[in-house]
Ligand binder design. Structure first.
Ligand SMILES: NC(=O)c1ccc[n+]([C@@H]2O[C@H](COP(=O)([O-])OP(=O)(O)OC[C@H]3O[C@@H](n4cnc5c(N)ncnc54)[C@H](O)[C@@H]3O)[C@@H](O)[C@H]2O)c1
Length: 257
């Protein structure tokens, strides 16, 4: 990514998208944020796109991307951060309307925006895309639709990287672990999630901060990662590394400092 053009961050008004938009703007990028629930990001130079579109709607995405480029110039960086969390259910209770919602927004939406922007980048032979997947796409849990959607995001990331590699467009994913966004805090506050149970299996015994995911995304968008495409980078405080240790009696606790 060069300093020309704009970065589009979908889902940029909250959570990981907001942290990423803020960091990129602080780094001097022109950042346009688009979100189905639009709200300006206080204290940043980000540009809020005033005509929000649902990432799951093909026609809305195609016209939204064309309108953003007509208004603000070529998109040279794309962050697909729009998404919804998975509802936890035993398999018999998975409602297929909920399944469709999670697959539509998290997988179909990521694909639609990546395709609409990526074909334009490919024509210009320049650009970088980062999709926000999840450790849920690499592990299992009682969030049946969400794990499938996020595994799909990891897969389409590789496929699109191969599709556009020869025309100078890089496509990568990050897989956040449990990240301390307002959405996750709400899950903890409601009692649906337990903070200690989320943190304890990680090597680092903590949640991930939104800015830590943002830093990985900024790296994947930047020329510092110019040789990297098609990867899925976990930003998980060591969740994947640590979680299997329960089978061996658990992770070693740090001695008193
Ligand atoms: N927070 C975590 O622990 C965590 C962990 C792994 C992956 N993720 C993923 O990171 C991404 C961001 O999550 P977050 O925690 O920041 O959540 P969040 O709810 O704070 O932010 C998501 C944003 O996406 C927007 N959005 C939702 N549906 C949309 C749609 N159809 N069209 C356009 N915008 C839409 C929302 O309005 C919201 O602003 C999601 O894909 C999520 O699955 C989050």
């Amino acid at each position: 990514m060069t300093a020309d053009g704009i970065v589009l961050v979908t889902g940029g008004c909250r959570g990981i998208g907001a942290a990423t938009a803020t960091l990129l703007a602080d780094q001097g990028r022109r950042v346009v944020i688009s979100d189905i629930a639009p709200e300006p990001l206080a204290g940043t130079q980000t540009i809020l796109w005033p005509a929000p579109f649902d990432v799951a709607s093909e026609s809305a995405v195609v016209s939204g991307i064309a309108d953003i480029e007509a208004a603000h110039g070529p998109i040279t960086g794309l962050v697909n951060a729009a998404g919804v969390f998975g509802k936890m259910h035993p398999v018999e209770q998975v409602r297929m309307d909920q399944w469709d919602r999670e697959l539509n927004i998290d997988l179909r939406g990521t694909f639609l925006v990546a395709r609409s922007v990526g074909v334009r980048m490919a024509q210009r032979r320049h650009g970088a895309i980062v999709n926000v997947a999840s450790i849920a796409g690499m592990t299992s849990g009682p969030i049946h639709a969400y794990t499938a959607a996020k595994a799909g995001v990891i897969q389409i990331t590789q496929t699109l990287a191969a599709e556009w590699g020869r025309v100078g467009v890089r496509v990568n994913a990050v897989s956040p672990g449990f990240t301390r966004t307002v959405a996750l805090e709400a899950g903890i506050a409601s009692g649906a999630l337990n903070k200690d149970l989320l943190a304890h299996p990680t090597a680092m015994n903590r949640l991930v901060e939104p800015v830590e995911v943002a830093q990985a995304i900024a790296w994947l968008l930047s020329p510092m990662s110019s040789g990297v495409t098609g990867i899925n980078l976990p930003v998980d405080a060591g969740f994947i590394a640590g979680t299997t240790w329960a089978a061996y009696g658990g992770l070693p606790e740090a001695p008193e400092a």
